[in-house]
Design a protein. Structure first.
Lengths: 178, 583
């Protein structure tokens, strides 16, 4: 997570410091567009990494959509997150090709290693696991993509052992940086 | 013969139609009761429940609510195929519905229960042990007015559309999807922590027990049988013209004397009328208006009425900047409670009955339950109005007591607070407050003048009405609005400078209190009958002007004296905060 995103991260009750500068630009850009809510939510999630309550409240005040309505849209689509994600977002492919090549066993290994299930984030905020449908590179099945603020890395031909090795190498890198 | 008009064939009969928006309306106008769970003519068409299906001449099954009528259309409403489909839909709805009917607040009044009976559903074969059957949702009892039980929700969306389309509140909406779909406030919050204004219109349209009015009947029984309490009951204007519906009486029957008799049989010690409070409101509000007119430059215009607690809450939530423009008058209910309790304080030495007074208000309104609980309406920490029951709750109480309502002997209310003017009684319908205030303002108080006022445009159930009344050398411009979305639209036009008024009457519920959230279930026809009946009550009153009510004069002389500001006016907490912030 970049320093910028870190600043936006807010789980406290007093949110005087919440920075809406970037979001306000988005709101200005799409204000008059019909059906703008999903675009605004996508952009907001891009800025904050997830959709914090304060952000939904701010969008509601600026657009006139009720909080209940925005919450409804945010919970309808799987792409939106109401909880912060880890620095490394693991997108594990559960498409047909990966499924028949053993994605379930890979998932089991991740779940056991990180002690989180689909959609959850580790306590140290390092990893979030998201099962996704096809990533589009079936020749590498079973496959996963690890997304950070710096970019994405794709790992193919996974086994329960190789996936744990990948997780450990990320942990090592983090330890060194720290 | 059939050349000029459009016609469709329903069950083999030729039926004319004109501008009906869907074939459902045409079919219902033809006298066929098509079942629906998600259709209300005043809300947008949703087409979720599929109960209104009809079969066309090619055997296609279509939803009548979302199909516009076409000339020459042929439909059947009751074929074996439709019967089978409707039963299947009902069974599927029931499979994920909490079916503990005997302990449900809505039992006997539930549209789903009624349809299950009508279509002879004797068993539900779907497995309810798995995910489809939800009985794990927490019941939300946070509100002073309504209770939300998501386990009984059938996802018709009636409440969602009512709350956003008609009331512009949008406290609840659909969230999640598939079998996790639910109607909820944002983030699963408690309803009391949302922008809910407690109008209860969601409960009024909910076909099941998913949203119900908070039931407080047992508190009333406890008080009545408490030897230390002297129970005083006040009946709001709109109750008298709706309660009879619960006992099969027509709107022509004069129900008020029966209600009074029933309240005495139930055991209330003194039976009074909130219309007395409305008379006080007319005097105070017109005085306040005239004071503001005297200093017309010092005030922001228009002045808004303050009787409706749903509207007050809406203003606090969405337009706190309007609070200084809202009349400082308490609602008639709160004025009444305060003055009655004050009378007992003033005259304590002369009274034989030394029990503690306990005021119960019978209201058409669910927001009143919340209003009565507000800190602004407490004296030394105790509520001025101790309990608010809705029209429906009173009806249920009468049934609980085993009173044969229709064979009661008519009785009259007690003095001094059972006496009211016709101006006080019309508060129960949109335009009523305005008409009552105009009666106070006009100099000429004869019959012709009264009739003139009634035809000035104040009457009628439209969402927005405009009237102009001459007062001295000025023309008082008035708007009357009901339904909060209608208010919001009006406010936009006022703020843009397009419209200018001196006085705006706002009622949160569509049509005013006659259609309050606590009233028995109604439709357009019933509401217009209720309105007519309320005006008939006014006509039957010997006193037509609030200031002519001798007991109002007495109250000012003996009780209120120069303390009208303390007793009859209120400054809401939010206004105090705003004032403090300005200083």
């Amino acid at each position: 997570m970049s320093a910028e995103t870190q600043n936006h991260e807010c789980l406290c009750e007093s949110c005087d410091t919440f920075d809406f500068t970037q979001l306000d630009k988005v709101l200005d850009e799409y204000r008059d567009l019909q059906g703008n809510l999903i675009i605004i939510l996508q952009e907001a999630q891009e800025i904050y990494g997830y959709l914090p309550r304060e952000v939904i409240k701010h969008i509601s005040e600026e657009t006139g959509y009720t909080e209940a309505k925005i919450y409804g849209v945010a919970t309808f689509y799987a792409q939106f997150r109401l909880q912060p994600i880890g620095k490394y977002l693991i997108m594990l492919c559960k498409g047909t090709a990966c499924h028949v090549s053993g994605a379930d066993r890979v998932e089991e290994a991740i779940v056991n290693e990180l002690e989180i299930s689909d959609g959850e984030t580790t306590e140290d905020r390092l990893f979030t696991l998201n099962n996704v449908a096809c990533l589009g590179c079936c020749s590498l099945a079973p496959v996963m993509m690890v997304k950070t603020d710096e970019g994405e890395e794709t790992y193919g031909k996974l086994t329960p052992e190789s996936v744990i090795a990948i997780i450990n190498s990320i942990r090592k890198k983090e330890d060194l940086e720290a | 013969m059939l050349s000029n008009k459009k016609h469709m064939t329903i069950n083999g009969e030729i039926v004319p139609f004109s501008d009906e928006k869907n074939i459902l309306e045409v079919i219902r106008n033809a006298g066929i009761d098509i079942p629906t769970l998600c259709y209300y003519s005043e809300l947008s068409t949703y087409g979720a429940c599929r109960m209104c299906i009809v079969e066309d001449d090619r055997g296609n099954v279509i939803t009548s609510c979302s199909t516009p009528p076409k000339d020459g259309m042929v439909v059947k409403t009751n074929t074996p195929k439709l019967y089978k489909y409707r039963r299947m839909i009902l069974k599927m709805l029931l499979s994920s519905h909490c079916r503990e009917c005997t302990t449900c607040e809505k039992s006997g009044n539930c549209a789903l229960q009624a349809l299950a009976k009508r279509f002879g559903i004797e068993s539900v074969s779907f497995d309810k042990s798995k995910k489809a059957f939800k009985d794990e949702y927490e019941i939300d009892r946070s509100s002073n007015s309504i209770v939300r039980d998501p386990n009984k929700c059938i996802h018709c969306g009636d409440c969602v559309r009512m709350c956003s389309e008609i009331q512009n509140v949008g406290a609840i909406d659909f969230a999640e999807r598939g079998w996790n779909l639910e109607v909820t406030p944002a983030f699963g919050d408690k309803i009391a922590n949302t922008q809910c204004v407690n109008c209860g219109q969601c409960a009024a349209v909910c076909p099941t027990g998913a949203i119900t009015i908070k039931n407080e009947i047992s508190k009333a029984w406890d008080a009545i049988y408490d030897p230390d309490l002297r129970t005083i009951v006040q009946i709001a204007p709109a109750v008298r013209i709706a309660l009879g519906e619960m006992f099969g009486l027509t709107h022509k029957d004069n129900v008020l004397p029966l209600i009074i008799a029933a309240l005495r049989k139930i055991g209330f010690d003194e039976v009074y009328d909130t219309s007395f409070g409305a008379d006080l409101t007319v005097i105070e509000e017109s005085n306040e208006f005239l004071e503001r007119v005297e200093n017309i430059e010092d005030h922001k215009w228009p002045m808004f009425t303050s009787c409706c607690p749903g509207w007050i809450k809406y203003a606090e939530n969405k337009h706190p900047e309007l609070m200084p423009q809202i009349s400082t008058c308490k609602s008639p209910m709160q004025m009444f409670s305060k003055v009655v309790k004050e009378e007992l304080n003033v005259n304590r030495e002369h009274m034989k009955d030394t029990r503690k007074p306990w005021v119960v208000a019978i209201m058409p309104c669910t927001a009143k339950k919340d209003e009565a609980a507000r800190d602004e309406f407490k004296t030394n920490g105790e509520r001025d109005t101790d309990l608010v029951l809705t029209t429906q709750e009173l009806g249920n109480m009468i049934k609980q007591a085993g009173i044969d309502f229709n064979s009661l002997e008519p009785e009259a209310a007690d003095l001094h607070y059972g006496m009211f003017s016709g101006a006080g009684v019309i508060f129960g319908v949109t335009g009523g407050v305005t008409e009552a205030v105009i009666r106070r303002l006009v100099e000429n108080k004869d019959m012709a003048s009264l009739t003139g006022i009634s035809f000035s445009g104040v009457r009628g159930l439209e969402g927005l009405k405009e009237v102009s009344v001459p007062y001295k050398d000025m023309m008082v411009k008035i708007a009357i609005v009901n339904g909060l979305a209608n208010f919001e639209a009006l406010l936009e036009r006022i703020e843009s400078g397009e419209l200018e008024y001196h006085f705006v009457e706002v009622m949160a519920c569509p049509n005013g209190c006659i259609n309050g959230g606590g009233q028995p279930k109604s439709n357009k026809e019933i509401r217009s009958e209720r309105s007519e009946q309320l005006y008939a009550n006014d006509k039957m009153s010997r006193i037509r002007f609030s200031e002519s009510n001798p007991f109002i004069t007495r109250a000012y002389k003996v009780i209120i004296k120069d303390r009208h500001h303390d007793l009859l006016h209120v400054e809401y907490e939010i206004e105090k905060e705003m004032k403090a912030a300005r200083e």
